[in-house]
Design a protein around this ligand. Structure first.
Ligand code: SAH
Ligand code: F3S
Length: 480
């Protein structure tokens, strides 16, 4: 009630109208990949229309939603711990309802309702538009579930409510699902088949973000380079499309160009690229437009050809090197990052050495490194034995992490004494007198605030660094 009075005092009747209607409070939190964070913004938009405003305070919530990740067992365990916490809060506030969204909802389905008594609502990644109906079932005292996967849902018609936003950078989702079937990965099962979003709605979102003051977007998909719009429908049905549809189809290079041209001052990032789909066209488009950032996240998973094959990654080590060489030739200053898995079934010491030597070749700027976690239902779980002992997986992961640390340091030090362009995103965590932002290559940079402000693009002279962060002084505004 207090909040409503405060906001009405601020003025416009529009604000008053919306807030007085929206009396219910939603606490929503997300785990896992960027796509989950982006999906939660879609969910918040759907529920805003149903009378929910978001709150940062779990204790205040009428509805608690957790957007979950199934990628590794540890991710699921983290969510189960959060459910225990919600349980404790529910003891104080028994009217609070709890829903599980995202990949765990899709993977476990009604089992979640049986195993976790606190859960009232289970909703898979393609069923968020059904939330209003599901919530009314819950209000009537029934558990509710919808885990149907869709052939065409992209939420392209929903304008996300930006959550925890710095007002500078935003995610724009461009594809959903994945058709790749890497043998270790649960995503194709939890997020369904791949489909792309209408480029028109993507461009509208980009324009809208620019008009609201955003300066950077990240185009998101499990596999962005596989983006293909031919009027809607699954990627795998493209062959059945008409000649006109085929002739007017928009691929990722084309979409990237459209975005770069539509808002020439908006910084554009994208993630994730699968090596098998990243084409020369995309690399050349990046070279053509200054506002497309100089960074490619290019997960490799392993440096061994035998393991790559077992993983159903559709390229060899040699083809990966060729791609790296092309990137370096066309985009000499481009940062490249990776995902690597240590201890996939049957991985030998020699396979592990192949991973380390691949890393030596590329000298990645940074990366995300994991031990293999068997996921129920995946091909690897069904056909292979998880036979690398846990301590061996951990030791190999440690080798990979150590080597990456050395490479990150080399890459970061190379910027010493140079001038880099930084988009200011927030106050530095270490000092309230300093700003923090990122370079085009995605390297975090901190420097004294002076008269600059969040959202400014500034030239920073690099005077010092840690293994992953640049330290410097702003020289002036970077004007294009
Ligand atoms: N294309 C996706 C990749 C999804 S998962 C994207 O957009 O990010 C992110 C990373 O998690 C993968 O690249 C892989 O390195 C890791 N991963 C996936 N399944 C895993 C498993 N079963 N065990 C360990 N790591 C896994
Ligand atoms: Fe997973 Fe491979 Fe797709 S890692 S998300 S199945 S590209």
């Amino acid at each position: 009630m207090e909040k409503i009075i405060d906001e009405s005092q601020q003025g416009t009747s529009l604000v008053l109208e919306q807030k007085t209607e929206n009396t219910r409070k939603l606490f929503i939190e997300s785990y896992g990949c960027s796509m989950n964070f982006s999906d939660s913004e879609i969910v918040a938009a759907i529920l805003l229309k149903e009378g929910y405003n978001t709150t940062q305070n779990l204790e205040d919530a009428d509805l608690v939603l957790v957007n979950t990740c199934s990628i590794r067992d540890k991710a699921e365990q983290t969510v189960r711990k959060r459910l225990e916490k919600y349980n404790a809060v529910k003891r104080i506030n028994p009217k609070m309802k709890v829903g599980v969204l995202g990949c765990m909802a899709e993977r476990l389905k009604s089992k979640l309702l049986e195993e976790e008594k606190i859960v009232d609502l289970v909703v898979g990644p393609d069923a968020y538009k059904d939330l209003p109906n599901l919530l009314s079932e819950v209000e009537d005292g029934r558990d509710a579930i919808n885990v149907l996967l869709s052939k065409d849902e992209t939420y392209g018609d929903i304008s996300p409510v930006r959550l925890n936003s710095n007002g500078v950078s935003a995610f724009v989702s461009i594809t959903r699902g994945c058709d790749n079937m890497c043998t270790f990965c649960v995503v194709p099962f939890t997020r369904g088949r791949e489909r792309s979003r209408d480029p028109q709605s993507i461009l509208e979102e980009v324009n809208d973000l620019w008009s609201k003051g955003y300066k950077e977007i990240t185009l998101l998909g499990q596999n962005v380079d596989s983006y293909l719009w031919y009027g809607g429908g699954l990627k795998k049905d493209f062959e059945k499309a008409s000649d006109i549809q085929k002739a007017t189809a928009v691929n990722f290079a084309h979409l990237l160009e459209l975005c770069a041209k539509t808002q020439p001052k908006m910084r554009i990032r994208f993630s994730t690229s699968n090596p098998q789909d990243l084409t020369l066209d995309v690399i050349e488009t990046m070279a053509k437009y200054k506002n497309i950032c100089d960074h490619i996240h290019l997960p490799v998973q392993s440096g061994s050809n035998r393991i790559l094959m077992e993983m159903n990654r559709l390229h060899t080590r040699e083809e990966y090197f060729e791609l790296i060489d092309n990137i370096r030739r066309i985009l000499p200053t481009c940062a490249i990052s990776h995902d690597i898995i240590a201890g996939f079934p049957t991985e030998t010491e020699q396979d592990h050495q192949d991973t380390l030597s691949l890393m030596e070749y590329v000298k990645y700027s940074f990366g995300y490194m994991f031990t293999y976690s068997e996921r129920p239902g995946t091909l690897a779980a069904r056909k292979m034995v998880d036979d690398v002992p846990e301590e061996v997986k951990k030791r190999r992961l440690d080798d990979i992490v150590q080597l990456q640390r050395q490479h990150s340091e080399i890459r970061t030090r190379a910027y010493l004494n140079s001038t880099v362009e930084v988009l200011i995103e927030r106050e530095s965590k270490k000092s309230k007198h300093e700003w923090s932002g990122r370079t085009s290559q995605n390297t975090v940079t901190v420097f004294p605030k002076e008269h600059y402000k969040i959202g400014d693009l500034v030239n920073v002279k690099v005077t010092d660094c840690t293994s992953a962060t640049l330290i410097g002084e702003a020289i002036d505004y970077a004007l294009d």
